[in-house]
Design a protein around this ligand. Structure first.
Ligand SMILES: [Zn+2]
Length: 267
């Protein structure tokens, strides 16, 4: 799941952010310059998509299946993120054999997922998003990511930092009927947002990366991330369950909802 909503603009001074919202006011060369400046700064996360400079397309990995084998995968650098339309994102993933969790292959997949999520940056990633149809999810939310969101939004979403979680073969269930409606985005559908209704409180059970059984209770934004990532394992993208007529570009995120759409917040 995408880390944030308005990161790209929040890194600029207001006046520049305003100019960026109006592409016609910005000469193409100037836009390129901003892109390079932001992308090349080592201490600032790249919230504007950087040009792909590594690895072969994960789409080709996905299309070929991941049967290329570990030997082939080892030669490649970090995978890029598979985008909507690739069948691997629209079909159920299969369970990991618990006996395989400690294998070099599964451990490498987990490492790749964590690095890919952080590089994006995102707050969650499912294995199908790097072209691997296995039931593995990773998620984390940091103080730094959260600091870029408006305070009132953080409060409304009940968003709190949490350490990296790796869950294999997750089984998720809601703990109450309470739900919330908020915009969310996805690294596989980048550049867009839509409102999705999610449970507020969930519990999830599965295995950690050492093969030990784990169970996590989550609420608020963490519960949303878990539901979003588990949906990926069933071949479901957020756009498959979004509230109709709320789909929009990230740039239009703050525009009002169309008349008749349900209000954001807890139900
Ligand atoms: Zn996603």
């Amino acid at each position: 799941m995408e880390a944030i909503h308005r990161f790209s603009f929040r890194l600029f001074p207001i006046s520049l952010a305003e100019r960026c919202r109006k592409p016609s006011l910005l000469a193409p060369n100037f836009r390129k310059l901003i892109h390079r400046t932001i992308s090349s700064s080592p201490n600032i996360p790249k919230f504007i998509p950087a040009p792909k400079t590594y690895g072969s397309s994960s789409t080709s990995i996905a299309k070929a299946g991941w049967f290329l084998g570990l030997g082939e995968q080892k030669k490649m650098s970090l995978p890029s993120i598979v985008k909507a339309g690739d069948p691997v994102l629209h079909e159920p993933a299969r369970e990991v054999d618990p006996k395989e969790i400690g294998s070099e292959k599964i451990q490498k997949i987990i490492d790749d997922m964590v690095l890919t999520m952080r590089k994006a940056p995102g707050v969650g990633l499912a294995a199908p998003q790097i072209g691997i149809p296995l039931r593995i999810i990773v998620l984390e939310d940091t103080k730094e990511y959260i600091s870029y969101a408006p305070k009132e939004e953080i409060k409304a979403q009940d968003r709190r930092p949490f350490d990296l979680l790796v869950i294999i073969n997750p089984k998720l269930k809601s703990k109450s009927n309470k739900t919330a409606l908020f915009f969310e985005g996805c690294l596989s559908v980048d550049g867009f947002r839509a409102v999705v209704e999610r449970y507020l409180d969930v519990e999830i059970a599965g295995f950690d990366r050492n093969g030990n059984p784990i169970k996590v209770d989550a609420s608020g934004w963490q519960a949303r991330i878990l539901q979003h990532e588990c949906d990926h394992l069933d071949g479901t993208l957020y756009v498959d369950k979004m509230v109709p007529r709320t789909f929009r570009t990230a740039e239009n995120l703050t525009l009002p909802l169309a008349e008749g759409c349900p209000k954001l917040g807890v139900r």
